[in-house]
Write a protein that binds this ligand. Sequence first.
Ligand code: ADP
Ligand code: ASP
Ligand code: MG
Length: 464
Amino acid sequence: MRIVMKFGGTSVANGEKIRHVAELLKQYHGDGNELVAVTSALGGVTDGLLSVANEVSETGKVSHVKEFMADLKEKHYDAINIAIDSDNLRSAAVDAIDSRIDELEKALIGICYLGELTPRSIDYISSYGERLAAPIVSGSIQSFGIGSQAFTGGEAGILTDSHYGNAKPLEHSYDQVYKTLVPLLKDIVPVVTGFIAQDRQGIITTLGRSGSDFSASIIGAAVQADEIWLWKEVHGIMTTDPKIVPEASSIPQISYIEAMELSYFGAKVLHPRTIEPAIKHKIPVRVKNTFEPDFEGTLIVAEQNQIEDVVKAVTLINKVALINICGAGMVGTIGTAARVFSTLANAGVNIIMISQGSSEANMSLVVNEDHLETAVSAIKNEFINNVVGNVAYDRDVCVVAVVGAGMDGIPGVAGKVFNSLGVAGINMIMISQGSSQHNISFVVSSKDAINAIRTLHKQFELDK
Ligand code: ADP
Ligand code: ASP
Ligand code: MG
């Protein structure tokens, strides 16, 4: 089989873990598979890069950059020493790391002096997590006696638009990645940086946080892989976040659509766009636990097996805000909703949920907390003195969703949801069900969110 295997930040967190990853690759390679490895940054590195860049753009403290760089260098040197056995391979990895550390330090010092951080420079800085990881993973594979070569996403052929921070792959990438990687697969295991790519001018772009999943799927589609495997620190896609409900269980099989809904509705286990390239080429995706490789994990495929589970999972979106737009002038005024949506789209605000009562006097929207101020002022500007009387908002809310293709056409799911939350004394502030009927989502006060997740997980017997 031809398999693209992506390893998340926890899976490559340090030298021991990278060794373990290289051993896994060796084993699957030995079984006669052609493999491409996609690596994340060492655990915590991307967060560290973003926070140092933000901080020094405000404080201008070069000493802080120096301290940060010393720690970063030590972390990667330690990983090299443990993950790579031969002296030659070690010194090759050290050379690669040294020159990147050098470039990164210069960029961060530049930010200290400039005092500004553009989306383009954020992408450049945050790309170093993966760029430092790939030579180490590749060196470790080689020290297990298997040929390997490290590539950045751009070198492998992933080209994107210039939408920094959330770039989209260009169609051309698929051919390009095929041409770069496929001829190598007979002989070596290429290691490609996840998360990062480049635009037509050769400038580094990123695919959004957790973007390595998406990279793996793009590469999987490009090389016409038989399967795409995403190795993480959990037992696959689970019935809810195991950090919230320890009894959460692994979902053995789930459809593309359900996996997409889950990730859109906050299940942090997958980057929301991961499934798109896989769907297009009908490539099965597996989510597996790096630390328990014999456990099957979750298989994501085209078919939906509807009958078995009505509700497959419960998810939570934090850091959202609710906006309530009301005014007697909205009743029967054609085009109000369209104006609200286009105003928000022009302001770059993404709407997560919408609900409008049939009285039409009120419309509720959920947006990212980061977008709240922009959204409220855009709506106020658009509707000065007419139609809309008042724009109220609430930051102290979360979105909870129950997801499962089996809900389609099965009566009573919503009733069960509402009833069990009622019994638990949880008030729903807003409710929405897409007409696909693959999910019911609702807004609760932040203080009730965890309780809502636990209540619904129990109600639908997801721990069984
Ligand atoms: P990666 O190692 O690939 O970066 P992530 O950290 O992105 O993996 O994803 C795994 C994390 O997602 C887990 O730590 C888990 O707490 C969280 N999570 C949230 N919802 C779910 C879910 N439904 N199933 C599994 N994990 C989930
Ligand atoms: N390193 C990136 C992040 O932390 C991408 C990834 O891990 O998938 O968001
Ligand atoms: Mg992730």
